[in-house]
Design a protein around this ligand. Structure first.
Ligand code: MLT
Length: 404
């Protein structure tokens, strides 16, 4: 009889957002007349910007013409997109990242789950707590996390770095040295972030101790404060210790279109082995490129028209963030985030635990959010609301919450 990867059996429950989806569907089925407002998963609601739609139409027409038709995309992505990324996201911010350090993919979720393949099976990972569940779950599947303790909701071989209100959501450097450190900034789920000086401390720590940082910058477009870095490569020395993940989902509304990229600097080496070469080998073997049409849409994100339209889109969502944050504060909640990120992190009222508050909100306000404990034990007693809804629904949701 064949054997399965037993590590999958260790995973408790289903993926956080699948669990929420099932609970909401069951509630809706039992209460078909209720109008549910979904501020749970960070899924966008605004249509693609006109510059992107135009690029998609043009690329579709090219695919229908023998002279301009394209088959397999280059493994690492089309040059037109990688150059636009290198120039706009990096060189313009003073980061010396070139097109051949950029690997285009179908999104940051898959890259953040797959990147761990580059590292030894016995590598020790460190994660902030709370944390985007994909980092931990993908390492569970790879057999790196030890055993799960349902009481503490922790894995025996994972280093947890609590980010709590008590430490201002700035986690302490780990006492035991990890091999891989996952950082998501601006942070999902807390909506908080680090200044450049604070991030520099992590870069220096990684270089000094021989750790690699997996830096998830999916929410960088939402940064509004000047001292918050958009890329880890704004910090000195980051090219020798950090991989950066980026997404088009949140800054350009590509959650259903699918596009992202990963930066693996050529200076990032383990001994004399280049991680850039390893990721190129992995990408070439396991991935056949993001669709041409989608990469053209990605290129339009960097056009002058695209940039202006997306700035407005980000401002639209950040206005929702303000509506949520101000509304909750008015209703007496303790709230965090929402300034450099589209997430608002709130303390649950009356000592309800995160799932109790989820049920309370769903049943009494018909509003869906995300229980903080789903992101890790330090998220217990917290709750996340997303600013990615439409304005009218966001206002309505807050009116309902204020009336509770
Ligand atoms: C979230 O809600 O945390 C994100 O939308 C999930 C994701 O980007 O995969």
């Amino acid at each position: 009889m064949y054997k399965i990867n037993e590590n999958f059996q260790k995973l408790p429950g289903s993926y956080l957002f699948s669990t929420i989806g099932k609970k909401v569907a069951a509630y809706q089925q039992a209460n078909p007349d209720k109008e549910i407002i979904r501020l749970g998963i960070g899924d966008v609601t605004q249509p693609l910007a006109p510059a992107i739609i135009e690029a998609l139409h043009k690329a579709v027409d090219e695919m229908g013409n023998a002279a301009t038709f394209r088959g397999y995309a280059p493994d690492l992505g089309y040059e037109f997109l990688r150059s636009a990324i290198a120039n706009t996201d990096y060189k313009a911010r003073g980061c010396d990242i070139s097109a051949d350090e950029i690997f285009v993919s179908d999104g940051a979720k898959s890259d953040s789950a797959n990147i761990q393949e580059l590292f030894a099976a016995d590598s020790r990972i460190a994660v902030t707590d709370p944390v985007y569940p994909v980092y931990v779950d993908s390492n569970v599947m790879a057999g790196r996390t030890g055993e799960y303790d349902p009481k503490t909701e922790m894995w025996s071989n994972v280093i947890y770095m609590p980010s709590t209100a008590e430490n201002g959501f700035v986690p302490e450097l780990p006492k035991e040295v990890p091999d891989m450190i996952y950082l998501c900034l601006p942070n999902n789920p807390t909506g908080t972030t680090l200044t450049k000086d604070e991030l520099q401390v992590w870069v220096d720590y990684a270089n000094k101790n021989g750790s690699v940082i997996i830096f998830d910058a999916a929410y960088e477009a939402y940064i509004s404060e000047a001292d918050v870095p958009h890329s880890i490569y704004e910090c000195e020395g980051a090219k020798t210790c950090a991989i950066e993940l980026r997404s088009f989902s949140k800054n350009a509304g590509f959650t259903g279109v699918r596009l992202g990229f990963t930066v693996v600097p050529k200076e990032l080496k383990c001994g004399d082995v280049s991680l850039n070469a390893m990721w190129a080998r992995r990408h070439g073997t396991k991935f056949n490129g993001a669709p041409y049409i989608v990469q053209r849409a990605g290129e339009a994100v960097y056009s002058e028209a695209g940039k202006a339209q997306l700035k407005d889109q980000v401002a639209y969502y950040m206005n929702n963030a303000k509506v949520i944050k101000d509304g909750l504060a008015e209703a007496g909640y303790t709230v965090y985030g929402g300034v450099n990120a589209p997430y608002i992190w709130l303390k649950t009222p009356e000592n309800m635990n995160s799932w109790e508050f989820f049920d309370f909100l769903l049943e009494n306000a018909n509003v869906v959010g995300t229980p903080g404990s789903g992101f890790g034990p330090s998220g217990e007693g917290y709750f996340r609301l997303t600013a990615f809804g439409n304005y009218e629904n966001t206002v309505k949701a807050l009116e309902r919450i204020k009336a509770l």
